[in-house]
Design a protein around this ligand. Structure first.
Ligand code: FAD
Length: 457
């Protein structure tokens, strides 16, 4: 690809995706329940072959898909991206068995994935995630043994270890192993089963509680205990890529990635009601059993799995933002060209025309930086973390500016519930926070710049 434009086939593919998003995906998105996983939408993304592309093409293609879908259907864009985020660690680091078990369903859209890194006490500082666990011995107490106290002591969402779905390690009770009591009733209320019956939390109610912890014993079985928070697709996903602490006090070096099926005993969750309806929730791990078969990559090397995934997805968050900015810009062009004002049209006012020009310049600059960062990733070029951070930062901040300016140009109608810009105004805010807040991106960029300076002869 030249540095400044797409190949004609790529441009044509983007146009086709925008049409598909508007005509096939938008109607499905509108039928979805806000704040919940929209399974028909995910299935259709699979049927169209777009989920498959997540695993067969590179960062630039991912950006083109996200930008094009976002232009016409942000819900479809988000559903696609979340499948990629949750399943990329399996694709890149999973064993043949893990890949065979989970990836065909992800590709088809019949299996929903999620990426569970953030915790109530570890957001931007993800390496601070912590864990407590109980050692677990293969061939220990029988599989029918009580997991959390005696049967009936503590209501649980999932099946007991004696039921299908649990791994093959023994199961000492929580009482026996000294796991502290549950931190908070706000996540995984007693008696709330996982997934299907998880309820959307009340606005403003933020779950609190202990961080997630895991600890290995010689037989390489662990119990996960604690919480994850702000996890997209939770608690309705079919499996979670969970980052847990296997070595205490070791920072990023003591984290392991686990593939945790949603039906594991002790895993419960609840939905969270966000500014822009997004399938998202908190997860509570109550001595959830995992084994070496569930590890993604290597024990204590899970932070690499997380950062590798984020390096791939970071520019594509920028692409999502560019798609929204372009939609806002195009709506503004149409509106200002039609709207009567002061004996002419709004576009005749120089202040309005210059505002539209500024929006276009910034959107195009952000797009180019996103494409450049993605191309650098695909080429294995130097400086990918800096480029990815720059792209995500510029594009998400630009989209905020452009959408806000578009609202201003539209006046009151943009603020009416259901208007495209009202929707985009709510959608555009979160990407400046997730996958590394803007301030975190500036930190990455500055660190890389000074490292380059210090490396000079
Ligand atoms: C819609 C949405 C979807 C999400 N989906 C997922 C998901 O699927 N999986 C997942 O694991 N997480 C997910 N998250 C969580 C997201 O990754 C975190 O919100 C993010 O990492 C920030 O953490 P925090 O919210 O705890 O904010 P904090 O870490 O508490 O940061 C708050 C603010 O402090 C400032 N700040 C923080 N660090 C620095 C710094 N180093 N330098 C300067 N200023 C700083 C910034 O202004 C930042 O916004 C999602 C969040 C949202 C909103």
């Amino acid at each position: 690809m030249p540095a400044f434009s797409l190949e004609p086939e790529q441009a044509a593919w983007c146009a086709e995706l925008r049409t598909l998003a508007a005509e096939r995906l938008r109607p499905l998105a509108e039928k979805g329940e806000p704040g919940h996983v929209n399974r028909p939408l995910v299935t259709e993304l699979g049927r169209l072959g777009l989920l498959d592309r997540l695993f067969t093409s590179g960062a630039l293609d991912l950006c083109l898909m996200r930008e094009s879908l976002a232009y016409a259907c942000t819900e479809a864009e988000t559903a696609l991206a979340l499948q990629g985020l949750g399943a990329h660690p399996v694709h890149a680091h999973g064993t043949p068995e893990q890949r065979e078990r989970w990836l065909p369903g992800v590709r088809a859209g019949s299996v929903v994935a999620a990426f569970a890194l953030s915790e109530p006490g570890a957001g931007s500082d993800a390496a601070a995630l912590s864990l407590r666990a109980e050692p677990e011995e293969a061939g220990g107490p029988s599989r029918g043994g009580a997991l959390v106290g005696e049967a009936g002591d503590l209501p649980r969402g999932g099946a007991s270890v004696g039921e299908p779905g649990g791994p093959s390690c023994g199961a000492p009770s929580v009482g026996e192993s000294g796991v502290p009591p549950r931190a908070s009733a706000s996540v995984g209320e007693p008696g709330v089963p996982p997934r299907a019956d998880a309820s959307v939390a009340q606005p403003g109610v933020v779950p609190t509680g202990a961080s997630l912890a895991a600890e290995a014993d010689g037989s390489r079985c662990w119990r996960l205990s604690g919480e994850k928070c702000w996890i997209s697709n939770a608690p309705e996903a079919d499996f979670y890529t969970v980052f847990a602490r296997t070595t205490p006090d070791a920072g990023a070096r003591g984290v392991t990635a686990f593939l945790v099926p949603a039906d594991r005993p002790g895993l419960t969750g609840t939905g969270l009601d966000m500014l822009s309806p997004h399938p998202i929730g908190a997860l509570h791990f109550d001595a959830v059993p995992v084994t070496a078969d569930d590890v993604l990559g290597e024990v204590d090397r899970g932070f690499r799995v997380a950062m590798g995934t984020l390096n791939l997805f970071r520019p594509s968050v920028g692409a999502f933002a560019v798609g929204m900015a372009q939609a806002a810009l195009d709506a503004s062009l149409v509106h200002t060209a039609q709207r009567d004002a002061f004996g002419g049209k709004l576009r005749d006012l120089q202040a309005v025309a210059h505002q539209v020009a500024e929006m276009a310049v910034r959107t195009e600059a952000a797009r180019l930086m996103v494409y450049a960062a993605a191309t650098a990733y695909d080429d294995g070029a130097d400086g990918v973390p800096k480029r990815a951070a720059m792209a995500k930062l510029l594009a998400t901040e630009t989209a905020q500016y452009v959408v806000d300016a578009a609202v201003q140009l539209h006046g009151a109608r943009a603020l009416r519930r259901g208007h495209l810009l009202e929707h985009l105004y709510r959608e555009v805010r979160a990407p400046r926070v997730y996958e590394g807040a803007s301030e975190v991106q500036r930190g990455i960029i500055a660190k890389e710049l000074y490292a380059t300076l210090e490396a000079r002869p």
